[in-house]
Design a protein around this ligand. Structure first.
Ligand SMILES: *[C@@H]1O[C@H](CO)[C@@H](O)[C@H](O)[C@H]1NC(C)=O
Ligand SMILES: *[C@@H]1O[C@H](CO)[C@@H](O)[C@H](O)[C@H]1NC(C)=O
Ligand SMILES: *[C@@H]1O[C@H](CO)[C@@H](O)[C@H](O)[C@H]1NC(C)=O
Ligand SMILES: *[C@@H]1O[C@H](CO)[C@@H](O)[C@H](O)[C@H]1NC(C)=O
Ligand SMILES: *[C@@H]1O[C@H](CO)[C@@H](O)[C@H](O)[C@H]1NC(C)=O
Ligand SMILES: *[C@@H]1O[C@H](CO)[C@@H](O)[C@H](O)[C@H]1NC(C)=O
Ligand SMILES: *[C@@H]1O[C@H](CO)[C@@H](O)[C@H](O)[C@H]1NC(C)=O
Length: 628
């Protein structure tokens, strides 16, 4: 294919990738390959490989920034994505991929915008399992900028999460998700489904330089594995010899692992009867899977029995009496041996000990076998996701990825327990007090069916307490105090027979505390419903029963009516009287009596006036006296 042709295919691939992301890179029935240029806003094609690098997508937050370091995987990439404290402690990439077996590869980097030029220290998990812990000083070693791991994805998406740990903002330069044959690196039965194989070292012995599968003309189903030369593993002046051949190797590229031919065309050997060993730093007390690659390429060694050696890891035998020509069946024919062993120390020393002739090795791979975490119960995850949405939880909580795993990085406020019968984690406690949680509580909370303790105090929740909270049957502590919850307390809370504390104080609840809750104080549990202005009942001021209230209301109304009728009657009557007094003749009996009374008073006043020389008010007929 001519160059313009290659470019138009590549450009077509980019266009397709824009439409078909994230399955963009699965070409011609080949393996799926998702390559993400983190922080990049445009798709691009790598010069060296022709691979399409997608612009950044699938992330939960963070920001793009330039990086100064050369991305050793695709040198044209010059950006990264980082997650600062406003994004919360946990951020993820969630990339839809079909179920299958994948090699995931990362390029770790940092820069000025993201970390002020200071190396960040953080952790990375795959599918909830902690796989990388970048230790202080990691950036001083080229090797530590790369990481690849093999894992099965069974839930339809690859979840890669970055966890803040000691200092700095997690940052990432590139992410690749490259499909392998489903049975690649098979450890027997279904062991691979339950582990992640983290590559510690993948070495092409005797090669002049390191390189990717693409440069070795490897089959794409090999996941573009990176093979490091073993030159850097030796102290200068070590008595090793590099072997190299241009001859074809047979039996080298078989599925499912399909190794490139090039790794068998070089080898490292030593002088006769001298031991060859590689010391590799590893996490201690872990299991390691070791894959050894041989092909007899030394011209003089053509028959069985001419080169025989043992292989040891630290003090343990890995393989006894390896005879390459005998075991492979011929010279220039590939032989692969694998074994998984526990390593107690933090150095894995791989030694080749000669028995006959000298030793020779073409390539080797060392994987740490990391048992996978169990996931959190689906209904718990859905419930928390729903809560995150409906309660508008702040981004700084960083509620991304799995709520409970890795167990060292649960979501903020979430405490989990492991249910070994079900084989899943569940949320046992949720504390979101003083987190600015807003909105109304919905029925979604019921999904937290293993919740024992819930603290939502000191937030700005409003609306009513859903009666479905009565379904959180194993709750022992429910604190909804200091919010703006209103309406009645649902009687269903009385079903929570395990409650030891029910704190609903300082809200706007109204009506009567359900009598069902009266049992709480009786069995020694704490019930606090204080400071709800319109609430009455158990524990606070007593309520008058409704029918009594109605009765009182009716009597009050009736009383008022009677009173009003009385007043009207008397007022009318008195008005009639005063009019009558003016109209009636003086000799009318009532008028006469009144006149007499007035006169008597006047006489009395005159007497008093005489006594005290004080003018008495002048009473006249026009100023009626109070008849009562
Ligand atoms: C690709 O390679 C050519 C020539 O080697 C170079 O001029 C060009 O800048 C490269 N492009 C990228 C994207 O690296
Ligand atoms: C190696 O095999 C290829 C075909 O796979 C063939 O074209 C080439 O001639 C062979 N080289 C040697 C040295 O036999
Ligand atoms: C190593 O493998 C053994 C046997 O499969 C297993 O019992 C043990 O738990 C593993 N150790 C680690 C640290 O994974
Ligand atoms: C790995 O080794 C086991 C025996 O220890 C063997 O059964 C299996 O076939 C080997 N796997 C491959 C891919 O060679
Ligand atoms: C990843 O995305 C899929 C849908 O694209 C979603 O169903 C799944 O819950 C997400 N996983 C996580 C851990 O966010
Ligand atoms: C809930 O959180 C508040 C702090 O906001 C704390 O004072 C209270 O004791 C907690 N409630 C329970 C039941 O622990
Ligand atoms: C609560 O439980 C009752 C009875 O068990 C059930 O009918 C109802 O659907 C549940 N409510 C929710 C929201 O799950």
């Amino acid at each position: 294919m001519d160059l313009p042709g290659a470019y138009s295919v590549a450009i077509l691939a980019v266009l397709c990738s824009a439409i078909m992301r994230p399955f963009a890179a699965a070409q011609n029935g080949g393996p799926l390959a998702v390559r993400i240029a983190c922080g990049s806003t445009a798709d691009s094609i790598a010069n060296e490989t022709g691979y399409v690098w997608s612009k950044d997508f699938g992330f939960s937050g963070g920001k793009g920034a330039p990086t100064k370091a050369v991305n050793g995987i695709a040198t044209h990439l010059n950006s990264l994505r980082y997650f600062d404290s406003l994004d919360g402690p946990q951020n993820c990439y969630n990339i839809s991929v079909p179920s299958g077996h994948y090699l995931t590869r990362f390029f770790f980097t940092f820069g000025e915008t993201d970390n002020a030029g200071q190396e960040p220290v953080f952790e990375l998990s795959l599918e909830g399992t902690l796989v990388y812990s970048l230790a202080p000083g990691w950036s001083s070693y080229d090797d530590n900028h790369y990481g690849d791991s093999l894992l099965h994805i069974t839930d339809g998406s690859a979840t890669v999460c970055f966890h803040r740990s000691s200092h700095g903002n997690p940052a990432i330069g590139s992410i690749e998700i490259l499909q392998l044959y489903v049975d690649a690196y098979n450890l027997g039965s279904s062991a691979n489904l339950n582990v992640i194989m983290r590559t510690i070292k993948r070495v092409t012995a005797g090669a002049a330089e390191s390189g990717y599968g693409s440069r070795m003309h490897a089959d794409a189903w090999g996941g573009d594995r990176y093979w490091a030369t073993d030159r850097t593993l030796f102290a200068p002046g070590s008595p090793t010899t590099m072997l190299h051949t241009n001859a074809n190797i047979s039996n080298f590229g078989n599925p499912p692992n399909i190794y490139p031919e090039a790794i068998y065309q070089t080898a490292t050997t030593t002088g006769p009867l001298s031991i060859l060993s590689y010391s590799i730093s590893v996490p201690s007390n872990q299991n390691y899977s070791i894959w050894l690659h041989f092909a007899e390429i030394e011209p003089g060694v053509i028959a069985p029995g001419m080169r025989v050696f043992d292989v040891k890891v630290n003090d343990d035998y890995l393989f006894h009496a390896v005879d390459i020509v005998k075991m492979a069946g011929a010279p220039f024919r590939a032989l692969i041996l694998n074994k998984t062993i526990p390593v107690a120390s933090n150095t894995l020393k791989l030694s080749f000990i000669p028995l006959v002739g000298s030793v020779s090795v073409n390539a080797f791979e060392v994987f740490q076998i990391i048992p996978r975490e169990y996931a959190t119960l689906d209904d718990n995850v859905w419930a928390l996701q729903a809560i995150k949405q409906s309660q508008d939880l702040p981004t700084r909580l960083g509620w991304n990825g799995d709520p409970c795993v890795p167990p060292v990085h649960p979501w903020i406020g979430v405490k989990c327990s492991f249910e070994s019968v079900v084989g899943a984690w569940f949320v046992s406690s949720l504390a979101l007090d003083q987190q600015g949680v807003r909105g109304q509580l919905g029925d979604g909370w019921v999904g937290l069916n293993h919740l024992q303790s819930l603290n939502l105090s000191n937030n700005i929740l409003d609306g009513v307490i859903p009666s479905s909270f009565g379904n959180l049957t194993i709750l022992t502590s429910l604190d909804l105090s200091h919010n703006r919850l209103n309406g009645q307390i649902p009687a269903s809370l009385g079903q929570l027979s395990n409650l030891k504390q029910l704190l609903l104080n300082d809200n706007l609840l109204s009506g009567e505390v359900p009598p069902e809750l009266g049992a709480l104080p009786i069995r020694g549990a704490v019930l606090n419903v204080a400071n709800n202005p319109d609430l009455c009942g158990v524990g606070i001021r007593s309520c008058t029963k409704a029918y009594v209230k109605l009765g009182l209301m009716i009597s009050l109304v009736v009383g008022l009516c009677v009173l009003a009728a009385g007043i009207i009657f008397l007022w009318r009557k008195r008005k009639a009287n005063s009019r009558g007094a003016q109209r009636l003749p003086r000799d009318a009996p009532y008028a006469k009596a009144r006149t007499t009374f007035v006169r008597d008073v006047q006489m009395a006043r005159n007497v008093l006036q005489n006594h005290f020389s004080r003018p008495a008010p002048a009473y006249t007929e026009a100023t009626p006296l109070n008849p009562y």
